[in-house]
Design a protein around this ligand. Structure first.
Ligand code: ADP
Length: 487
C-alpha cells in the first residue's frame, strides 16, 4: 500500500508524453505500467510512445533548435540555475519518487538528487564559458578563428539505475551548449524524468527544447530516430551489447556519440592500505544502489596478508545491514529492479560456489513480495568464476586474493571493460604507478566514490566513449568550426 504522501507525488507526475512543450493526455490503449520493485505494485500507468510519437518529438526538437542555439548563453545559464534551485527545493519529492519506482534506499535517493542537481549548477556555469581561439597561420597570410557551435538535436537513452542523475548529466550540458533534446528514459523508471521535465518547464525552458518519449519498444523508436537526418547526436548510458548496436545504427547517419557502457571495476586493497578506510570504501563502492551501478566494485582484489582481517571486518558490516523497501527510512538494502536481476545474481553466486568459492554471509534471494537478494560476501573466488568477467549488478561482494603488485595489476586489467578502478594504498609511489598502469577512464585512490559533476566521468575499452561532467562534458555537444580570414 502506498502512503498518502507517496500517492500525492505520483498524482503530480504527468501520465502523458511531453512533446513540443505540451503535456499530452494519457493514451490508454497502450501504457507503460510502472511498478514498485519492493512490492510489485503498479504505482502509475503512463503513455507508451509509438514510433510516430517519437518522430513528432524530433519534429519539435528540430523546430526549436535554431532559436535555442541563438538564445544568449546567459539566458540558457539562468534557466539551468533556476532548475537547480527548484530541484534542491523539491529534493524530498524527487528522492521519494525515485525510490518508489527504482527501489533504492531513500538516503541514497537523496544523494542522487544532490549529485544530479550539481550537473545543472555546473553546466549553468559552463554555459557562459565556451571559448574560441584566434591564431595566425604559419605562412603569416591569414587568421584562423576557431569557434564552437551546438551539435544540433540530440537523442538520449537513459538507464533505470540512476533515473535522475543520468538524465541531468546529459540534459544539462546539452542545454548549456545550445542543443535540443529527445529523451527516452528507461521503461522501468520513466517517472523521475517526466517529473524533471515538468520542473524544466517551470524553470522557463522554452517549448520543444526537451521532449520526453518513454516507450516499451526501445529498439523500434531508436532505429527510427537514429536514421533521421535531422538528428545529430546520440548519448546513451546502458549495457555494452545494446551500446554496440546503437553505435552501428548511429554510424549509418554519421552521428556524434557519447556512450557510457558497462563496467567491471577492480577494487584493489594493498597490504599497506588503511584497512578501516578500505572497508568503508568497499561498502560504498559495492553496496551503493544495491550494487546496481556501472561503477560498482565488481572484483575485490585483496593482498593475501590482510585478506582474512578485511573479510572479517567487511562481512560483519554486511551481515548487519537492514533490508527492506527503499522508500521507508532506515533500510540499507532495497529491492533489486526486477526478478531477472535476482535470478542473474543468484546464478553468479551459484557459479562462484560451484567453482570453489565460500559464502561468508548472505548468498540467496529473499522471500517476496518484491525482488530482494541478501547482501552477500563471497571469499576465495576462483579465477574462472563468472562474476569476475560479468557485471554482477547486485549486492554481492566477491573477493580474490593476490600476492604481488604485478599480479594485482594483471587481474585488474584482465577484462574488456575499463570504466573505473579503486586502489587503496598508503604508498604514494604505488598510487602513482596504479594511475599509470590500470586501464580505466577513472580511478578512486583511497576512495570508493568517484562521481562528481566537476569531473569527466567516462570509460575506456568497452566501457565507452566520451565524458560526462567536468570541462569536457559540454564539448560532447559542441562542434568545432574554423574560419580562415586572409590578412
Ligand atoms: P540495463 O541492463 O541497464 O537495463 P540496457 O542497455 O538494456 O541496460 O538498457 C539501458 C537503456 O537502453 C534503457 O533505456 C533501455 O530501454 C534501452 N534499450 C534497451 N535495448 C535497446 C535497443 N535495442 N535499442 C535502443 N535502446 C535500448
Amino acid at each position: 500500500m502506498l502512503e498518502q504522501n507517496e500517492r500525492e507525488i505520483l498524482d503530480r507526475v504527468h501520465a502523458g508524453l511531453c512533446i513540443g512543450g505540451k503535456w499530452e493526455p494519457l493514451t490508454t490503449e497502450q501504457t507503460i505500467d510502472v511498478q514498485d520493485p519492493a512490492t510489485g505494485q503498479i504505482i502509475k500507468s503512463i503513455s507508451d510512445a509509438t514510433v510516430d510519437d517519437a518522430a513528432r518529438a524530433l519534429d519539435a526538437a528540430a523546430a526549436a533548435q535554431s532559436d535555442w542555439a541563438a538564445t544568449p548563453s546567459r539566458q540558457r545559464s539562468n534557466i539551468l540555475r533556476r532548475a537547480f534551485d527548484l530541484l534542491i527545493e523539491r529534493k524530498e519529492d524527487f528522492a521519494l519518487l525515485m525510490s518508489m519506482e527504482m527501489g533504492k534506499p531513500i538516503a541514497e535517493a537523496h544523494g542522487e538528487v544532490a549529485y544530479g542537481a550539481e550537473f545543472l549548477r555546473w553546466f549553468s556555469e559552463e554555459a557562459v564559458r565556451v571559448r574560441g581561439d584566434y591564431r595566425a597561420n604559419p605562412e603569416g597570410t591569414g587568421t584562423v578563428v576557431v569557434s564552437h557551435i551546438p551539435v544540433g538535436p540530440t537523442y538520449f537513452i537513459t538507464p533505470w539505475n540512476f533515473p535522475l542523475a543520468m538524465a541531468t548529466r546529459k540534459i544539462a550540458p546539452a542545454l548549456a551548449a545550445g542543443c535540443t533534446v529527445v529523451i527516452k528514459p528507461a521503461e522501468l523508471t520513466p517517472l523521475t524524468t517526466i517529473f524533471f521535465a515538468q520542473l524544466l518547464a517551470e524553470a522557463g525552458l522554452p517549448a520543444g527544447v526537451v521532449n520526453v518519449v518513454p516507450t516499451s519498444n526501445a529498439a523500434a523508436q531508436s532505429s527510427a530516430l537514429l536514421a533521421d537526418p535531422r538528428l545529430r547526436k546520440l548519448s546513451f548510458t546502458g549495457s555494452t551489447p545494446v551500446g554496440v548496436k546503437l553505435m552501428e545504427a548511429a554510424a549509418k547517419n554519421v552521428l556524434r556519440t557519447s556512450m557510457e557502457l558497462g563496467g567491471n571495476a577492480p577494487f584493489i586493497v594493498f597490504e599497506d592500505a588503511d584497512l578501516e578506510q578500505a572497508v568503508e570504501g568497499v561498502l560504498l563502492a559495492k553496496f551503493r544502489n544495491i550494487g546496481q551501478a556501472c561503477t560498482a566494485a565488481n572484483r575485490v582484489i585483496v593482498h593475501e596478508s590482510i585478506a582474512d582481517e578485511f573479510v572479517d571486518r567487511v562481512s560483519a558490516r554486511v551481515a548487519a545491514m537492514s533490508i527492506g523497501r527503499g522508500a521507508h527510512e532506515g533500510n540499507d538494502i532495497g529491492a533489486l529492479i526486477n526478478k531477472a536481476a535476482v535470478d542473474s545474481t543468484a546464478r553468479l553466486v551459484t557459479d562462484a560456489v560451484e567453482t570453489g568459492a565460500r559464502v561468508v554471509t548472505g548468498g540467496q534471494p529473499l522471500d517476496g513480495p518484491g525482488h530482494f537478494f541478501a547482501p552477500t560476501v563471497i571469499d576465495h573466488l576462483n579465477p574462472r568464476a563468472a562474476m569476475l568477467r560479468e557485471e554482477i549488478f547486485g549486492p554481492v561482494l566477491g573477493i580474490i586474493r593476490f600476492s604481488t603488485e604485478h599480479e594485482a595489476v594483471e587481474i585488474a586489467n584482465n577484462t574488456e571493460y575499463g570504466l573505473v578502478s579503486y586502489v587503496f594504498t598508503e604508498n604514494i609511489h604505488r598510487g602513482h604507478r596504479m594511475i599509470e598502469r590500470l586501464e580505466t577512464g577513472m580511478m578512486g585512490l583511497n576512495t570508493g566514490i568517484v562521481s562528481n559533476a566537476a569531473a569527466p566521468f567516462g570509460g575506456v575499452k568497452h566501457s565507452g566513449i566520451g565524458r560526462e561532467g567536468g570541462f569536457e562534458g559540454i564539448h560532447e555537444f559542441l562542434s568545432t568550426k574554423y574560419t580562415m580570414i586572409p590578412r
